[in-house]
Ligand binder design. Structure first.
Ligand SMILES: Nc1ncnc2c1ncn2[C@@H]1O[C@H](COP(=O)(O)OP(=O)(O)OP(=O)(O)O)[C@@H](O)[C@H]1O
Ligand SMILES: [Mg+2]
Length: 147
């Protein structure tokens, strides 16, 4: 794992509101997952909502690694006038997704998987944005708000 900023190897420092990782290995996926859990706890999401965002983060980090050929993840606590939440952004410069409707429909995989990661992640979060094009890489942004 490469520590880009804000990070200690044991997790999120007590005062951290954000963390950024390179995703180049399974171990990095685990680190991103742990960061999402810690920041979701800090944002006071319910246990159920913590699990939802952590599951989505885990699937998206795995996609960045497997399909995107590696990339970057940012996880942060976000606030607006009403609510506190957790946002995660995944970026890679891989092949991109040619047919996003198909990729999001569920059951479509170019990698021999079940094809449920992307569609499942979308259902688990409050906001989901997929920005991708063939040859331009992929950027997925998800947000889960505390209720
Ligand atoms: N970051 C990415 N870069 C390029 N293609 C992607 C990326 N993320 C998803 N895809 C494409 O979208 C398809 C669907 O993704 P999804 O996560 O739903 O399924 P999967 O990863 O193939 O299988 P599963 O997640 O169920 O193990 C992938 O098979 C791949 O073709
Ligand atoms: Mg997947």
């Amino acid at each position: 794992m490469t520590i880009v900023q804000h990070w200690s190897i044991d997790g999120v420092p007590a005062d951290a509101q954000a963390a950024e990782f390179e995703i180049q290995s399974d171990a990095d996926v685990v680190k991103v997952r742990q960061a999402a859990r810690q920041l979701a706890q800090k944002a006071a999401l319910s246990i159920v909502d913590q699990t939802k965002i952590v599951t989505a983060v885990s699937e998206l980090a795995r996609n960045t690694l497997i399909h995107g050929g590696g990339g970057t993840a940012q996880v942060e606590i976000v606030k607006n006038e009403k609510r506190v939440g957790v946002r995660a952004v995944f970026m890679d410069e891989g092949p991109g997704i040619a047919d996003t409707t198909r990729a999001l429909s569920g059951g479509f995989s170019t990698g021999g998987g079940l094809g449920l990661g992307l569609s499942g992640s979308r259902r688990l979060v409050d906001a989901f944005d997929l920005d991708t094009a063939p040859g331009r890489g992929t950027r997925v942004t998800v947000t889960k708000w505390a209720r």
